[in-house]
Design a protein around this ligand. Structure first.
Ligand code: PEP
Ligand code: MG
Length: 608
């Protein structure tokens, strides 16, 4: 009621106050701009006599709004009242949800030698020699023009964002994409883009958003790379502690493939994207003034205590090694526990499987102790280009070889998932349109090639093949018959393969008795099931369906009661610690979760 009342009675301007300690920084700004762009009316923000367009991330960011600042939001034109209302709601949510990066508490230290104090990014300990960050420019041959490079960079950021959506850091890529899109729109050439980036970065100098300047450099490097000019950081082939002013967020992936032991940054903040990624990667890291540090000298980087020990005495080295061993022992303990099965207090073994998107995440799943793959989201395997049959077969083969129990889902495109090489005509309601298995009516060749590759890769292995977004028994029967015709066409025996469905459309709940006669297994996709139960789009910026609602548990209970074939759960609910006791109580025996949650989920199960 109040929503409707507000929609029609709100004035066309409103005052918004920044309440997050982090200020109105890049990621919330990107989400705010993204929503503003969905309205055709003009929407501006005014602060200290400066008025900027809210649809452009960098202009909005240039207001440098910090905690306590109040700005005026004005909307003019079509649906201005609705725009204002929704933006206000989103702003309030963003401010409330914006996680404050708490200062990590420093442990006491007792080093003999002089120490440099710093701010902790990620607590750990490292002993190695220092190495100063350096880059080298590599010019590759390229026929790409500026606009193509811009488009390719935007596409790449989009892929990074959509393939890592489950990861809370993925909004970094969304933010960078929005930044690049708004600066790219104004630029016809690389020098123009460089100029805009320089101007925008200058505006952030000395403000609380200073550390976000590395995002500008990062997007510039991405575009340059597509133009053939690659700026590569070079790292030594021995353990080292990296000294640098700031790192680009994209450097972290590269760094993870080196022998890095620690990182000391000079010009960043604990809130920067670089810091967030360093923490996520678990790299021992600190913010400190590195000026007095000399190249290639052995130091102790103790980020539990937040210090750098510059000329460690032998006693200091002893203390550091004891701490290092303690850290290693702790890691080893949790690592070995990850590989133990998860048994409840009453002795029931619950299988913990992984949801993976590609070979790398499958490898991580293995390292994290997954007992199988409960969901291979095959649409993310080949996001950018259409793969050949051989490429697909090779990728599936690699993943099938890693685990005994693998469920591969056929392409699930449509709704919020797009593939550049699959054209779906524009729809009013894509989440209710051509999605998942429905795509194969118009694109049977895609399914044929994918199934052919899966059959070849499976060989004699009893791989499970799962169809997404199935809503009727006939749909399953037809799709399975199609799979059989593909096997016959290529003279392949698939009698040992299992065929099942994702339960994510509510109609399936009422057809379960009939499905029991034809499917081999079920996997509950609570992300979509919740969306369709509540008729709330899962990507909606303002509305959020409650996945812990009794409606969702009733649906799961009803499935478990009626199903005569094995049931697992692969939606996000499976990794929600508040849901686990209830899911196990209802009889769920297989949870499929993201690789990095496996150890923690196993631990939760052990306490039920
Ligand atoms: C789901 O819908 O719960 C699910 C696991 O599939 P996806 O998130 O890939 O749509
Ligand atoms: Mg789904």
């Amino acid at each position: 009621m109040s929503l409707f009342k507000n929609l029609f009675s709100k004035p066309l301007s409103t005052q918004l106050t920044v309440t997050s300690n982090n200020g109105f920084h890049l990621r919330p700004v990107a989400q705010f701009s993204s929503l503003a762009k969905s309205f055709s009316c003009q929407i501006t923000a005014t602060f200290k006599n400066r008025t900027v367009d809210t649809k452009s991330v960098n202009t909005l960011l240039s207001l440098s709004l910090e905690r306590g600042d109040t700005f005026t939001l004005v909307a003019k034109g079509k649906k201005a009242d609705e725009a204002l209302e929704k933006l206000q709601l989103l702003f309030e949510t963003l401010m409330t949800d914006d996680q404050e990066i708490k200062q990590i508490e420093k442990t006491a230290y007792s080093y003999e030698s002089s120490v440099l104090e710093g701010e902790i990014i990620c607590g750990s300990i490292a002993v190695a020699s220092t190495y100063t960050y350096r880059t080298q420019e590599v010019q590759h041959k390229s026929n790409t023009d500026f606009k193509e490079a811009l488009y390719a960079s935007l596409n790449e950021l989009d892929v990074l964002y959509s393939t890592q959506k489950e990861n809370e850091n993925a909004t970094i890529y969304l933010a960078q994409k929005e930044l690049l899109a708004s600066l790219g729109e104004k630029s016809q050439t690389l020098p123009e883009l460089e100029q805009h980036i320089e101007e925008e970065s200058k505006k952030l100098l000395g403000t609380k958003l200073d550390s976000k300047r590395s995002d500008y450099q990062d997007i510039l490097q991405r575009v340059k790379k597509h133009l053939g000019l690659e700026i590569k950081a070079t790292f030594p082939d021995k353990p080292f502690i990296l000294l640098c002013n700031d790192l680009l967020p994209s450097d972290i992936d590269h760094l993870l493939q080196t022998k890095v032991e620690g990182v000391i940054l000079k010009e960043t903040s604990v809130n920067s994207h670089t810091a967030i990624l360093l923490r996520a990667a678990g790299i021992c890291s600190l913010i400190a003034d590195t000026q007095s540090l000399v190249e290639d000298e052995t130091i102790i980087l103790d980020t539990h205590a937040g210090v750098v020990v510059q000329h460690p005495s032998s006693d200091d080295m002893k203390k550091a090694r004891v701490r290092l061993e303690k850290d290693h022992a702790q890691k080893a303990l949790s690592a070995t526990k990850r590989f133990e099965s998860a048994t409840t207090q009453k002795g029931r073994h619950i299988k913990v499987f992984a949801n993976v998107a590609d070979i790398n995440s499958a490898k991580t799943a293995k390292e994290e102790g997954a007992e199988g793959i409960g969901l291979l989201r095959s649409e993310f395997l080949f996001k950018a280009v259409k793969p050949s049959l051989e490429k697909q077969q090779q990728a599936y083969q690699e993943i099938f070889d890693m685990f005994d129990d693998v469920t591969v889902r056929t392409l699930d495109v449509g709704g919020d998932k797009a593939l550049s090489y699959v054209q779906i005509p524009a729809e009013e309601n894509p989440f209710l349109g051509i999605r998942g298995v429905r795509l194969f009516d118009t694109h049977p060749e895609l399914l044929e090639e994918q199934l052919h590759a899966i059959f070849l890769a499976a060989g004699n292995k009893s791989v499970k093949i799962m169809f997404p977004m199935v809503s009727s028994v006939e749909e399953f029967i037809q799709t399975k018959a199609f799979a059989q015709s593909v096997a016959e066409k290529y003279q392949l025996d698939i009698s040992h393969l299992h065929f099942g469905i994702m339960i994510e459309v509510p109609s399936v709940l009422f057809l379960l008795e009939s499905f029991n006669d034809v499917v081999d297994f079920y996997s509950i996709g609570t992300n979509d099931l919740t969306q369709y139960l509540f008729a709330i789009e899962r990507t909606h910026p303002l509305l959020k369906a409650d996945e812990l609602s009794p409606a969702v548990f009733s649906a799961i209970e009803s499935i478990l009661n009626k199903a005569t074939k094995p049931v697992s759960i692969c939606g996000e609910l499976a990794a929600n610690k508040h849901a686990i006791p209830k899911l196990l109580d209802l009889g769920m025996g297989i949870l499929s979760v993201s690789p990095k949650s496996i150890a923690q989920i196993k631990e939760e199960i052990r306490h039920v």
